[in-house]
Design a protein around this ligand. Structure first.
Ligand SMILES: *[C@@H]1O[C@H](CO)[C@@H](O)[C@H](O)[C@H]1NC(C)=O
Ligand SMILES: *[C@@H]1O[C@H](CO)[C@@H](O)[C@H](O)[C@H]1NC(C)=O
Ligand SMILES: *[C@@H]1O[C@H](CO)[C@@H](O)[C@H](O)[C@H]1NC(C)=O
Ligand SMILES: *[C@@H]1O[C@H](CO)[C@@H](O)[C@H](O)[C@H]1NC(C)=O
Length: 432
């Protein structure tokens, strides 16, 4: 009898210890100062939370997959599997330190973090790291990066970011996520445009605890602090929930107005390479549409839209965004072209008026111009940021080599406009 009692007491003591241990682990997770570990944990947690079926995926997609993203590692994310809002899941544990920051930022609005999201697949690791580098170089306020990437790239990102010098490391935190799609019709979303591009459409539903986000393509470079574009969020009127730049300034060379076989926003459509989102508002909004008489929420509108327009869309998720804002124009804040400056703005002569006046703020090297010889001026900026050694003087080791390289590009139209590339950059460098 006494023996049983002993055993029982021992068991109880052990259980209590385990509970205490788990609690202390959870507490240390939510302290979250070691972002690397948190990131590692996050990808694990999410890997478990969403069912991973790589085998099935391989079967389903073998016939369709283009070889751009050969070994796609995609996790299924089931939108119907949702934790109740008040239950703390993997995401919310991870984000609680951020929420803490946001709360303290409410008292001192000057130190609010900017939240930057990017989606990287295939051979985009180096380009993405260079983009993130340009973000930390000029920003004076803290940054948080949400990096969605194929599993094979996770270590690459972690190694790159964690080996940046401690001085730089204090300026940002980051979380790495696997690519997540709704379980239903995941393969269709994946096929859309580039394999991982449509991920961005789901960010408001995946990052449920995050209020606002700046989404950028991997091929953009910040030439001015991230907090400057972030501050546009506070200029939204009560209806606006996202901000983007026009696809074109010049309708005569515009794509949507000449070729699109679907509705698009405004005169020349929207470019979604730099997209500011108030996701709280996106999640709360009912969107007018041309499919049903009732307005639909973000999570409900995407799949019907894809089904209706999939034969008519060319640029994938950007086209879907154009259709949505065509029907809900009051929800969009349009920012000028200097926040999303592309080869189209100089390729046949300069047509971005605001960049002429104030310089380029964010450079967007789409169509691979950082890696080919079609637009050497764009490539020169990319190489200058990539090669700049952290800690060196920015004016000497970034600006001077860049200006020298741009001198050699004046045989191209964009090269002739390249003083606009450094105009704002010079000020950003001075103020660091
Ligand atoms: C604001 O953030 C910077 C680093 O980004 C930090 O050095 C500074 O102490 C912070 N200020 C306040 C008031 O928290
Ligand atoms: C998924 O795709 C199939 C075939 O393309 C379609 O019939 C089905 O309705 C889609 N599912 C949803 C939820 O839209
Ligand atoms: C798709 O394009 C064709 C040809 O321009 C057009 O007739 C059709 O109405 C379009 N479909 C939708 C859903 O707009
Ligand atoms: C986003 O919108 C919500 C609801 O209107 C608002 O409370 C929040 O402050 C906005 N976020 C930012 C960063 O402006």
């Amino acid at each position: 009898m006494r023996c049983y009692l002993h055993a029982y007491l021992l068991c109880s003591a052990f259980t209590l210890c385990s509970i205490l241990y788990v609690c202390s682990q959870l507490a240390s997770t939510s302290e979250g100062d070691r972002e690397g570990k948190a990131a590692a944990r996050s990808s694990h947690n999410e890997g478990d939370a969403v069912r991973k079926i790589p085998g099935l995926l391989g079967l389903r997609d073998r016939d369709f997959e283009q070889n751009r993203c050969k070994s796609l590692s995609v996790s299924y994310w089931n939108p119907y599997w949702r934790l109740p809002a008040d239950v703390c899941g993997a995401n919310c544990l991870l984000e609680s330190p951020l929420r803490g920051k946001l709360k303290s930022a409410a008292k001192e609005p000057k130190n609010e973090s900017s939240h930057l999201a990017v989606v990287a697949c295939g051979p985009r690791l180096e380009e993405t790291v260079t983009m993130l580098k340009s973000a930390v170089l000029f920003s004076k306020k803290p940054l948080h990066f949400y990096i969605f990437a194929e599993d094979e790239l996770h270590d690459g990102f972690r190694n790159a970011l964690e080996t940046w010098p401690p001085m730089i490391r204090t300026k940002f935190t980051f979380t790495i996520y696997p690519i997540l799609f709704p379980e239903e019709n995941a393969s269709e979303w994946k096929k859309l445009f580039k394999p991982c591009a449509s991920q961005r459409l789901f960010l408001p539903l995946i990052l449920k605890q995050v209020d606002s986000l700046l989404y950028v393509d991997t091929d953009i470079l910040f030439l001015r602090p991230v907090e400057d574009i972030w501050s546009l969020l506070s200029q939204f009127n009560v209806n606006q929930l996202a901000a983007m730049a026009p696809e074109h300034e010049e309708p005569r060379i515009g794509w949507y107005n000449r070729f699109a076989r679907h509705p698009y926003y405004g005169k020349t459509g929207l470019n979604s390479g730099v997209m500011l989102m108030n996701m709280t508002r996106i999640r709360g909004k009912f969107f007018k549409n041309d499919m049903t008489a009732v307005a639909l929420q973000w999570g409900e509108i995407l799949m019907p839209l894809l089904q209706k327009y999939k034969l008519n869309i060319t640029w994938g998720d950007q086209d879907l965004l154009n259709i949505i804002f065509h029907h809900n124009p009051e929800s969009l804040y349009m920012f000028p072209c200097q926040w999303n400056y592309r080869p189209d703005h100089c390729i046949y002569g300069s047509n971005c008026q605001q960049a002429e006046e104030e310089g380029v703020f964010i450079l967007h090297g789409n169509r691979g111009v950082y890696h080919n010889d079609k637009q050497p001026a764009f490539r020169a900026v990319y190489e200058a940021v990539k090669q700049y050694p952290f800690g060196e003087n920015l004016a000497v080791s970034l600006l001077q080599p860049l200006e020298a390289a741009l001198q050699t590009t004046t045989h191209t139209y964009c090269g002739r406009s390249s003083h606009l590339f450094t105009k704002r950059l010079k000020e950003s460098i001075k103020s660091v």
